[in-house]
Design a protein around this ligand. Structure first.
Ligand code: FE2
Ligand code: FE2
Length: 250
């Protein structure tokens, strides 16, 4: 049977690529003048799936999540996302999660979901640094707890990857899995922008692409040591689309 092709030219039920719009760090605010309604309407015309790479709200307030949920009514395509560190700030992460899930967002936190024959794997990730200079589990209990959290997020990513049955996989993170896509940020904060442990986990699997946010002043494109394409889709990062979102074919 021939694969059907939708109005965006995407092949949504065969082996062909689907179009994914990806954006991170919306930082929705409860009283901001900024509305994302027009942006969500635009991506609905451009892509088959919208991916949100964390920091969905500015301070993790329930009202901010409600505001974003309201704007998401303008989005007519499926939405997949992860939370970011800002979504934890006010201690209402359960409320924020519930509001966004009620709005239809497939909010992933160590799980995988399949849409249009593509497996979406999502985990927030954590800090820890990159390569040989990654923080190691040594010294004070507080440092060991920090490293344990970083290792735990990588293990949760691994468990989610093992759930995927689709041939194509998009990994959705908030924190960066490689150094390359945080370049442009001050070097002093590199260790707080992500962890190579995430990249090492990704390289144990075959993935089509990885998206992340968090590094607002980072670099759009990079790849893991194993060759997986990585895109920093924070809305502030310049992209080939010339728009705040990236368009990827997966
Ligand atoms: Fe952010
Ligand atoms: Fe962040």
């Amino acid at each position: 049977m021939a694969d059907s092709v939708n109005a965006k030219g995407s092949n949504v039920d065969g082996d062909g690529a689907i179009k994914i719009a990806a954006i991170g760090d919306l930082h929705a605010q409860e009283d901001a003048q900024t509305s994302y309604r027009d942006l969500f309407g635009e991506v609905s015309r451009e892509a088959d799936v919208l991916v949100l790479a964390g920091d969905l709200t500015n301070l993790g307030k329930p009202k901010e999540a409600e505001r974003l949920a309201e704007d998401l009514r303008a989005c007519s395509i499926p939405v997949v996302g992860v939370l970011g560190n800002h979504d934890y700030e006010s201690g209402f992460v359960e409320e924020v999660t519930a509001t966004l899930r009620q709005a239809g967002v497939h909010l992933l936190d160590g799980q995988a979901t399949e849409l249009m024959d593509v497996g979406f794997v999502g985990v927030k990730g954590f800090v820890g640094g990159f390569g040989a200079r990654m923080l190691s589990s040594f010294g004070e209990p507080a440092i060991k707890a920090m490293v344990a959290e970083s290792v735990s997020e990588a293990m949760r990513l691994e468990n989610a990857m093992r759930q995927v049955r689709a041939k194509r996989t998009l990994v959705v993170l908030h924190y960066a899995p490689i150094l390359e896509t945080v370049l442009g940020e001050p070097p002093e904060i590199f260790p707080f922008l992500g962890s190579s442990r995430l990249g090492e986990t990704i390289d144990r699997f075959k993935v089509s692409a990885v998206v992340h946010g968090h590094a607002h002043r980072g670099t759009y494109e990079g790849c893991t040591p194993g060759g997986a394409k990585v895109y920093n889709v924070a809305m502030h990062v310049a992209k080939p689309t010339g728009r705040p979102y990236a368009l990827l074919e997966v």
